[in-house]
Design a protein. Structure first.
Length: 487
């Protein structure tokens, strides 16, 4: 434990929903729910306006719609969220070289390591400057907790929500923690909480009074000792600048159970490709491919296959996931599929068998093209003893999802409010414009195309100085004489 509250925990307020409200002027001050937009999706984030109706993260979207039918239900736009997260991380990196990101919207910062705080006053000043800079740079708000340990800094940021700052003075930890429920402590989930409740322990004070020996008897040595130390306010975990990802995965829940085996296989291929895209974006490779299948009766099966070496080859991942699928009975229907890669590494071991398969496919395509040329092009090419090249199917109807960024040749940038029956409704507005007008088009309107998210504000961190915020200038922070090192 530190003698000064120099560990900072930042948690962006209702991050995904707040970013959507900032991007869409017509939704500001209104309930917004971000997550799976189908009947089986789950809520990723709900705005504070939606939370007043009882909507919360991890809730089924169907239940959220019953509680708050008039909310805007939007698909997640991770490209936007990652962009804003990078802006925030750069601000944090100017405070200290020790920044530990926990997710896109949450991180710990060691202010002492950055030389910007060594007591309560300087820590509070750094936290207030950070909050102001986040608002200036991103247009969003974040809540800040300051304490002498990571556990207490996170508890402080929860108390600060929304858009506030709470500082816990060292020496007051036990008094603060005593009346809180046991679930406030890291490592106490529903099962452990229920186990403790049956033993008569519902508050942190109950744990401290029970003593270490009793908690060890109930929970085992490692968990019992750790929980007792946290109950009395001790947490020596350091802020770690680099947290190594253990896996990369993607999954989809389907609105209607999939019964067609070919469709299931195609979805696995699609998920495999998405997983590899994420793997390559992270500059990693992996050795173990994992398939997750949730069936019609909610039973969830997981299968895995370990390869000869790490790979980021989409063909290798597709084939491994396909082999795993063959071992799963899907005849009753599939409601969720997921593909992941674990055993991550920073290098790739080429798979000669996969290369041979790729070469064979390429050769087949060339042979088919030559046969089509001999047949005079057009129509189906029929060649005795050779492959048959089918006529390409017409492109499927374009699908527009609520919240999706679009651009129209005449009306400019906008976002999809909804679609159905061959029509798509678009509201044309930008983050810096007034609420815009709504127009409806055919789903195949050639003038309407998908587009990239627009920045929420015009000023980015690290500009030419005209729009630099206070935290991006080291001299504005206490104890800083030179530019702070970036991550």
């Amino acid at each position: 434990m530190r003698s000064a509250p120099t560990i900072l925990h930042l948690d962006m307020d209702a991050f995904f929903a707040a970013a959507e409200q900032a991007a869409k002027p017509s939704l500001r001050g209104k309930p917004v729910v971000v997550g799976g937009i189908g009947t089986r999706g789950v809520v990723a984030t709900a705005s504070y306006e939606a939370r007043r109706f009882g909507v919360h993260s991890a809730m089924p979207v169907a239940q959220a719609r019953r509680l708050c039918p008039n909310a805007a239900y939007l698909m997640p736009r991770f490209a936007l969220y990652r962009s804003v997260s990078e802006q925030v991380l750069e601000l944090l990196g100017r405070l200290s070289p020790l920044v530990e990101p926990l997710s896109l919207d949450e991180a710990f910062v060691d202010l002492e390591a950055g030389g910007v705080a060594d007591d309560s006053a300087s820590a509070r000043r750094a936290g207030e400057l950070l909050r102001a800079d986040i608002r200036a740079v991103t247009g969003l708000t974040g809540s800040v907790g300051l304490a002498g340990s990571k556990m207490l800094a996170k508890i402080a940021s929860e108390q600060a929500k929304p858009d506030g700052l709470v500082l816990i003075e060292p020496g007051t930890e036990r008094e603060l923690l005593a009346p809180m429920p046991v679930r406030i402590l890291p490592g106490v989930g529903p099962a452990t909480g229920e186990h403790l409740r049956r033993a008569g322990m519902t508050t942190v004070a109950d744990l401290a009074e029970a003593g270490e020996d009793e908690l060890v008897r109930l929970l085992g040595k490692a968990h019992g000792v750790s929980l007792y130390r946290m109950a009395v306010g001790h947490d020596e975990r350091p802020v770690v600048a680099e947290r190594d990802a253990k896996s990369v995965s993607v999954e989809d829940t389907f609105e209607v159970d999939l019964h067609d085996r070919v469709r299931v296989r195609n979805e696995v291929v699609r998920l495999s490709d998405r997983c590899v895209q994420r793997l390559r974006a992270a500059g990693r490779s992996g050795r173990t491919v994992v398939l997750k299948v949730r069936r019609y009766d909610f039973s969830t099966l997981t299968r895995s296959e370990t390869l000869r070496g790490p790979t980021d080859d989409p063909t290798v991942v597709r084939e491994a996931a396909g082999r795993l699928l063959e071992s799963v009975d899907t005849t009753g229907g599939v409601r969720l599929l997921g593909v992941g890669v674990t055993g991550l590494a920073d290098f790739t071991q080429e798979d000669l068998f996969a290369q041979a398969a790729d070469a064979a496919v390429a050769g087949l395509a060339v042979a088919g093209g030559e046969a089509e040329a001999e047949a005079g092009g057009g129509g189906e090419a029929v060649v005795t003893g050779g492959p048959v090249v089918p006529v390409p199917e017409p492109p499927p109807e374009r699908r527009w999802l609520a919240g999706q960024d679009v651009r129209h040749a005449e009306y400019g940038a906008g976002w999809v409010q909804g679609s159905g029956v061959g029509r798509v409704t678009v509201r044309f507005e930008e983050p810096t414009s007034p609420p815009g007008r709504v127009r409806t088009f055919k789903v195949d309107d050639p003038d309407l195309v998908a587009s990239e998210p627009l920045p929420l504000v015009g000023v980015r961190v690290g500009g030419d100085g005209d729009g630099a915020s206070s935290a991006s200038r080291p001299e504005s922070l206490p104890g800083a004489g030179e530019e702070m090192p970036r991550l």
